[in-house]
Design a protein around this ligand. Structure first.
Ligand code: MG
Length: 318
């Protein structure tokens, strides 16, 4: 069962979709934060009662008897300055708070409620195709913020903040991989940024499609509470004839985005302080070589991308 509510806050309405009966109030608050910028602990959602009392964060939405598109008033204020509100959601904290996922992954990626959330995204999330998937190609999923672009530094134009060798990287990758962009922000922001730095208009490669935060899911981890992740299962479920765990690789500066598919994730060093690092950063060149080296493997699940930097040397020795 899907849950949809409209959050009324600050004279505006924010439709919240993509949640299900088994999601909790806590998870709703995380999604509301994405839409409004108000931190979960600052949100007071009026009228969401359970057993006659204000529903606590661990109460499941299915227990609340919500009508579809029910309007919920929210009290609470955003703490950021106006400048920060206009910028994409900050991820700096994420970089610092990113954790090693090893110990929990097995449990999280197999948990039924998480698989149900992926199934719901497969069913409800609308992918706008930019170009058709190409038979026989592998899948490369790329994060934007701090992976391809330093979204926090100031500059006259996006080009100054673009990671060095971005277009060379994408041109080379396109030979063997369909390129997908996935950012934990809004599609509007993604489209604007990608256009600004010329990714969606470059004649040397094509982007197959782009995904935004609505394609992500929240998962509960015993150690870190509720976190948002990018489950590749959404793409595999939508394009079963083209992509699977054996031909997909995902590059992101935040390891926990891989929680639902740890084997497919390659964690890249975050690209920050663009003005300082523009002449030094060679990450995309190095990963480009790795992607090229592994492209001929029939099954990428034999790899441990944690050791990607050693792969080429090791193979030369062999
Ligand atoms: Mg990022």
């Amino acid at each position: 069962m899907d849950v949809s509510v409209i959050i009324k806050w600050n004279g505006q309405e924010f439709p919240i979709l993509c949640l299900g009966a088994e999601d909790t109030i806590g998870e709703l608050k995380v999604v509301v934060q994405k839409a409004t910028g108000v931190l979960p602990q600052r949100q007071r959602l009026l009228g969401l009662k359970y057993k006659g009392k204000v529903a606590e964060d661990d109460v499941k939405l299915g227990l609340l008897k919500l009508k579809p598109n029910m309007k919920v008033m929210m009290m609470g204020s955003r703490e950021e300055s106006l400048e920060e509100v206009l910028a994409p959601p900050p991820q700096d904290d994420d970089v610092i708070n990113d954790f090693d996922i090893e110990e929990e992954v097995i449990e999280v990626e197999k948990r039924e409620e998480n698989l149900a959330k992926i199934a719901r995204r497969v069913k409800d999330y609308r992918v706008e195709m930019l170009h058709a998937p190409r038979p026989g190609k592998k899948l490369l999923v790329l994060d934007i913020d701090y992976t391809l672009f330093d979204h926090r530094s100031c500059a006259e134009s996006g080009h100054e903040l673009m990671r060095p060798f971005l277009h060379e990287f994408l041109t080379a990758a396109y030979i063997h991989y369909d390129i997908v962009i996935w950012s934990a922000t809004s599609m509007k922001w993604i489209e604007t940024k990608m256009k600004e730095i010329g990714v969606t208009t470059n004649p040397n490669y094509k982007v197959t499609f782009m995904l935004d935060s609505a394609a992500m899911i929240t998962v509960f981890t015993a150690k870190y509470g509720i976190v948002e992740v990018k489950p590749l299962g959404v793409i595999w479920g939508k394009f079963p004839d083209f992509y699977s765990s054996s031909n997909s690789i995902m590059v992101d500066d935040i390891r926990r985005n891989f929680l639902m598919n740890p084997q497919n994730g390659l964690k890249i060093k975050p690209f920050m302080k663009a003005h300082l690092n523009r002449d030094k950063d060679r990450e995309l060149l190095k990963i480009s070589q790795y992607l090229d080296d592994i492209a001929s493997l029939p099954d990428l699940t034999v790899l441990n991308h944690k050791y990607w930097e050693r792969y080429s040397c090791k193979n030369e020795e062999d």
